[in-house]
Structure formats: C-alpha cells, structure tokens
Write a protein that binds this ligand. Structure first.
Ligand code: PMP
Length: 418
C-alpha cells in the first residue's frame, strides 16, 4: 500500500497515518472491506454515522435519480427544492419539539455554528443583546468549526487557536455536576448567557450516558435562567439510543436540536437544526421581522435531502430504531465481562453505543491493530477508550463475535507497553 499521498488526514498524526493507512474500499451492512480485500466488522459505524449500514443500493438509486433530474437548487430568498421542503416536513413530525422550524446545513459542525449564531441573534432581537455566552460541558465534542472549537470540552481540540479570542464569550461547565453548573451560571450571570449546548450522551469524549436526572435538571436550570437549551444529537439522533432522539428517551424538550450523521446515515453530507417556534417566531412574523443572516450554498442540498428521506424510509420500514433498542442489552451484556480484564478501566454503554476505557498504561493502538487482524474494526476515543457504535443492522452474533475478539486482545500481555 502506498505510504506517500498528498492527502492530509483530519485530526491525525500524519507521520503515523502515512505508515498505517487503512483504505476502505467497500461496505455491506455492518461490514467494510479494505482495498486489499480484508473484511472488517465496522464497530464505530464509520464516524458514528452508518445507522442503516453500508451498501444500500436503494439510496444509490435515489441519489442517481435526483442528480439526473436536478442536482440541487439553493434555498436563499424564495427559492426552494422539493426534497428540502419534504425533508423539513418529515423532520418536523419526528423531532421532540412541537411544531419546529428546520434549518438545513451540510453537517454537524455547520449545524452547531448555526445554532450558536441563532442563539445570540435571538437574544439580540429579543432586546437582550447582552446574552451572548455559550456554555458547554467538560468532555463535549461539538465539531470543529469556529464555535465548535471554542466550546470544545476536550482541551486538545481547543488549544492553539486563540482559546479566548476565536469565538469570545464561551464557558465550560462540569460534565454532569448540576450544583457546580448552577454556580457557573451564577458567576457569569444569566443576563450574559445565551445558550447551553449539550450532547445527551457524550460521544467522542468517551461515551458517557447522562446520570439519572441530569438532563432534566440541566434543561430546567436553563429554563429558569432564560438560557436556550441546544441538544447536540449529531450522534444520538435517528435511533442511536433506541428512540428517534435521545431527548425522547430522557424526556426533555430542547429549544434547538442539532442533527447530522444518521440523518443520511452518511450516504451524503447533511445537517439540520430543529428550532422551537418561540425561538423562530421573531424571524417569521411581521413586515419588520429581522433576517437571520446565515446560510450555506448547500443548505438543503436537494440530492442530500432526497437521500435523507430514503434513509428515513429505510429506518421506518425495517423498524431499525426498535432494533437498536433491542440490541442495547445485547451489546451491554457482551461487553460487560471485559471489565474483568486487567487492561480495562471501565466499560460504558448507552443505547447502541459503548466505550471500553483501557487503563492509561495499556497500548490501545496495539489493541486496535490486534482486533483488526481478527476482523474487527475499532478506533480510539478520548481517554484511551475503544469506540463501539455499530450500524443498527448488526446481529447479536456479530456483537458477540466482536466482544470475543476484544476480550482476546485485552488478555494478551503484549498490549501492555513497558
Ligand atoms: N457534534 C457531535 C456530538 C459530533 O459527534 C460531531 C461529529 N463527530 C459533530 C458535532 C460535528 O459533526 P461534523 O463532523 O459532521 O461536522
């Protein structure tokens, strides 16, 4: 395999990536195949995106038909395209927000920037321009655009870009300590805070489910302080926790909900923000209504929206959200024994996602390579944690197979570096 390529990999130590590059050539269901023919069980579902699994020809057909008809037409001004209108309608019926408005983007980071800008603009229009601070949680990942970088809860994603000046007026709260979060709000002053952004289940930070009562408590704290609650469901949306949205599982209604990944299961890039009517209303009512000066060429890309609609059809027809719910205990039970391995610190599961946290002294890179040699693809999240978040079409047997391979790797003394 060629080691020399001009390709610069995102988020990657290039000298190592150049040596170990793994070229994925095709996919079917929960499996992918490398360029040199090795089949691998795709435990991370790519980057948490492949909810319906790889290789769906129905989606390819829809995309081809749409491109033949009209690749896309933008949504600026009074222009629209039919798939974007249909998708907005479909999402409005699914979201845990009553009668939402839908703003379409090209991905998760776009949607985070959209939601944060809208939060600030909303308070300005509402006559409270001082409310600008965006809060986020320790360990959070909200993409890597401007806002996402500034509100990153993982320091390594924030440092080096002018932490305080990239997007000024951001602040962090603890991962799940409500009393300390209330104290931070008190210290900054609710009059200066626009919004809090939260992943219902922290993903890239290592897979942390919300402790009992935490999300409802945070939502309430936001409400009491006139702080908009933005749920980042880029990972958890579209079935990952066994409900269409994690906000439904934990019974909260956000002011905005941020989506990407599972909206198309990755077949094309697309993101969206669902916006509660009380936030959207000032922009929709009256001749004097202000314009939300924000948008992307590919906001509502017609082919991406057509693909999203077909992805939703497949989730519906194959009852895949219920399948994810059924597989949750299978995954949890299969992984639970790993905690007895001397290499493992903790096993955390939430819905059909899990993090197997290895002890700091364990060479996790070797575990990943060893698993790969045995047909199981995984990668590392923050904190030496193995990333597990399979496509919903994975079977119980495949989950057990993967757990067995990981158990074998974690027993091997070679995984502990000197
Ligand atoms: N929010 C969360 C919770 C994410 O996990 C991600 C991507 N992993 C993003 C936002 C950013 O999405 P994208 O990479 O599509 O910009």
């Amino acid at each position: 395999m060629s080691t020399h390529s001009p390709l610069w990999h995102p988020q990657t130590h290039m000298p190592t990536a150049g040596r170990d590059r793994l070229v994925i050539a095709s996919g079917d269901g929960a499996w992918v195949t490398t360029e040199d023919g090795q089949r691998l069980l795709d435990l991370p579902a790519g980057l948490w995106h492949a909810n319906i699994g790889h290789g769906r020809t129905r989606i390819a057909d829809v995309a081809a038909a749409q491109i033949r008809t009209l690749e896309t037409y933008h949504l600026f001004g009074a222009h629209a395209n039919r798939p974007a209108l249909d998708l907005a309608e479909r999402l409005a019926g699914l979201l845990p927000i009553e009668d939402p408005r839908i703003f379409l983007t090209s991905g998760g980071s776009d949607s985070i920037d959209t939601a944060c800008k809208l939060a600030r603009r909303y308070w300005q229009v509402a006559g409270r321009p001082g409310k600008k601070v965006i809060l986020s949680r320790d360990g959070a990942y909200h993409g890597l655009h401007g806002f996402g970088t500034s509100i990153a809860g993982l320091d390594f994603n924030r440092d080096g870009y002018g932490t305080e000046s990239l997007v000024p007026e951001t602040a962090r709260v603890p991962r799940s300590d409500l009393a300390e979060t209330a104290a931070v709000i008190e210290r900054i002053g609710a009059d200066a805070i626009a919004a809090i952004v939260a992943e219902p289940v922290i993903g890239t930070g290592g897979v942390y489910a919300p402790p009992d009562g935490y999300l409802a408590g945070l939502r309430e704290l936001a409400r009491q302080n006139d702080i908009l609650f933005i749920a980042d469901e880029v990972i958890t949306g579209f079935g990952r926790t066994g409900e269409w949205f994690a906000c439904q599982r934990w019974d909260i209604e956000p002011d905005m909900i941020v989506m990407a990944k599972g909206i198309t299961s990755g077949y094309l890039p697309l993101g969206a923000v669902g916006i509660a009517p009380h936030v959207a209303e000032p922009f929709f009512t009256g001749a004097e209504a202000p314009i939300f000066r924000h948008g992307l060429t590919y906001s509502g890309h017609a082919t991406a929206c057509a693909v999203a609609l077909e992805n939703l059809n497949i989730l519906d027809e194959e009852d895949l959200v219920a399948r994810a719910a059924k597989l949750e205990p299978v995954l949890a039970q299969a992984l639970a024994p790993l905690v007895d391995s001397p290499s493992v610190q903790e096993v955390r599961t939430a819905g059909l996602m899990a993090g197997v946290q290895l002890k700091p002294e364990v060479d996790a890179g070797k575990v990943v390579l060893g698993a790969r040699e045995n047909g199981v693809l995984t990668r590392l999240l923050a904190g030496n944690t193995l990333h597990i978040c399979p496509p919903f079409v994975i079977t119980a047997e495949e989950i057990e197979y993967a757990a067995g391979v990981l158990a074998g790797q974690l027993q091997a003394p070679a995984t502990v570096s000197a």
